[in-house]
Design a protein around this ligand. Structure first.
Ligand code: FMN
Length: 189
């Protein structure tokens, strides 16, 4: 075996980036997050890991709501900006055009191809981070990002973060059908 031990903190897979939106006081604030994932389909729960120091955390606790906004690669610069500066010092409320969904509590970004409106379910205290678990109450997109009514990743063109290189990447071509390709290996009878 030719394996060598490498840095444990170099998350080895590209992570989609998102902008988490929340109201802090009277103003919308947006921060960039890569450490997030949907953790349950029914109910549709999504989890985001936020450092305790961030301005966003106070807004989520205050309102019980947040949004997840998926930027496309064309939004790489503004996404990076929202991950470099804190709402504690910079007013990020006018960086994007904002809309509100059915609950009306979490600001969402018009420019992003895909938006999730979330209701706070639970906060888990984890060392330096707080894990925010939210229930997705609604999802929004634009017709131009859909194929047969479903968000099409080739059209959404989500922005990915590669931690080892500290670089932004885009999604490559489809390699096959999930829950299909492996069927040829299932022995019959
Ligand atoms: C690409 C990228 C990904 C990031 N991912 C996370 C993350 O998953 N969790 C986190 O706590 N901070 C993350 N950050 C850092 C925050 O976005 C950054 O500290 C931000 O300024 C916090 O904003 P706020 O204080 O207005 O809430 C990321 C930054 C960048 C540029």
């Amino acid at each position: 075996m030719d394996k060598i031990e490498v840095n444990i903190n170099m998350t080895c897979y590209p992570m989609p980036c998102m902008l988490i939106g929340t109201m802090v006081g009277e103003k919308a604030n947006f921060m960039t997050v890569a450490y997030f994932s949907q953790v349950s389909l029914k109910p549709p729960y999504i989890l985001a890991a936020l450092d305790k120091e961030h301005y966003t955390n106070a807004g989520i606790k205050e309102t019980g709501a947040f949004s997840i906004n998926i930027p496309s690669t064309s939004m790489a610069e503004v996404t990076d900006y929202c991950g470099l500066v804190s709402g504690k010092k910079f007013d990020k409320s006018t960086v994007f055009e904002v809309f509100y969904g059915k609950e009306g509590k979490a600001p969402m970004i018009v420019e992003c191809p895909y938006n999730l409106e979330c209701k706070l379910v639970q906060i888990i205290d984890l060392a330096g981070d707080e894990l925010f678990i939210g229930e997705i109450v609604a999802a929004y997109s634009d017709d131009r990002y859909l194929t047969d009514g479903i968000p099409d990743m080739a059209k959404v063109d989500p922005l990915l973060l590669s931690v080892p290189q500290m670089a932004y990447l885009s999604v490559g071509p489809q390699v096959g059908r999930a829950f299909e390709m492996g069927k040829s290996r299932i022995k019959k009878g």
